[in-house]
Design a protein around this ligand. Structure first.
Ligand code: FAD
Length: 300
């Protein structure tokens, strides 16, 4: 299933575990400065790749393209551009893919995207667009020699009627040419392990990179659950609630929980860790440091 041209898959196969970091396109000048500070801090760790999310709609989409191009041009990092089918005709999608190719971006995370009304809103495809990520994946494959990633869901996709169909459609994306998958955020290691077992039982060996999202503030928790559908451990929520007025304590609690998860995932053979930074990398950098201290040789 490996294609020539997928440096990320190559790294995952050859030299795991791989560290990677996710950013989002900023809305303001101050946000842009924070993003670039974060990118430079992460660059010092020489991660396997960084990724830039694609907005549900509106102007942030252009910024995804701009940020990804700039990472290619001005840093030593390998950027993965997220791309969704939401609100785009096939012609528009071809144009964006062409912009990435022209800018030297070689990796795309191919997603269907959520409806502009949010993950729970009904999905409506663009009349000249795609309904499922697998169709966009085929377009990206036909359009150039891109390395391709797809989404995976440790608690299954919130709209999947059952596990059987969730896994069947996931495996179809892998067979259509996905080189690797990255998961939705999750907070119970067993959910990742069960997903991996189900995918393997379906005869698919595409590497699935778990996403790590350190929860350091109780006020974020409801929003995470709303956006991702991820279930949140009661004990962690309770501890974060008690630390509601102490940012340093919240930071420590979130980092400790995520470090424990990360250690267990790596011990279970996860091919890497994809760290969600929210453009504020302090917590994920602490996790990286904790893991480096615990592991030898060092985690890349
Ligand atoms: P699909 O693979 O199309 O699956 C969506 C649903 O349709 C699933 O229930 C699946 O089982 C079903 N399905 C798939 N194919 C078929 C078929 N042929 N027939 C019938 N049913 C089918 N969203 C953004 O807007 N921007 C981002 O940058 C972004 N980044 C993300 C990064 C990661 C790592 C993850 C895990 C998610 C990300 N998302 C992002 C959210 C994602 O776009 C949504 O969760 C979306 O609802 C599902 O995307 P998908 O690519 O898995 O879709």
């Amino acid at each position: 299933m490996t294609r020539e041209g997928s440096a990320v898959r190559d790294l995952l196969d050859r030299d795991p575990p791989c560290f990677s970091f996710e950013f989002f396109p900023p809305k303001t000048d101050a946000g842009a400065r924070a993003l670039w500070r974060a990118i430079r801090r992460v660059e010092a760790l020489a991660p396997a790749f960084v990724s830039v999310t694609y907005g549900a709609g509106g102007s942030s989409r252009g910024r995804t393209v701009e940020v990804t191009k700039r990472i290619t041009a001005e840093t030593t990092l390998r950027p993965i551009a997220h791309l969704t089918a939401v609100g785009h005709s096939v012609t528009e999608l071809r144009h964006i893919i062409g912009q990435y190719a022209d800018a030297g971006v070689r990796d795309v995370l191919v997603l269907r995207g959520d409806p502009p009304g949010g993950p729970g809103a009904p999905w409506t495809a663009h009349p000249d667009g795609f309904s499922h990520a697998v169709d966009l994946l085929s377009l990206v494959r036909r359009s150039g020699d891109f390395g391709i990633g797809v989404a995976a869901f440790p608690e299954r996709h919130p709209r999947s009627p059952d596990w059987e169909s969730d896994i069947r459609h996931f495996v179809a994306k892998c067979r259509a040419g996905a080189d690797y998958a990255i998961t939705q955020m999750f907070f119970h290691v067993e959910d990742y392990l069960r997903l991996r077992d189900r995918v393997a039982a379906a005869g698919c060996d595409t590497p699935i990179i778990p996403a790590i999202m350190p929860a350091t503030d109780i006020r974020q928790v409801g929003r995470f659950a709303q956006l991702s559908g991820a279930s949140f451990p009661d004990g962690l929520a309770h501890r974060l609630d008690q630390a509601r007025h102490g940012p340093a304590a919240g930071h420590r609690i979130g980092v400790d929980h995520a470090t424990t998860m990360a250690e267990r995932l790596l011990a279970e053979g996860a091919p890497g860790l994809h760290c969600i930074t929210l453009n504020r990398p302090a917590a994920v950098l602490d996790i990286h440091r904790n893991l480096q201290t615990a592991r030898s040789p060092s985690v890349r």
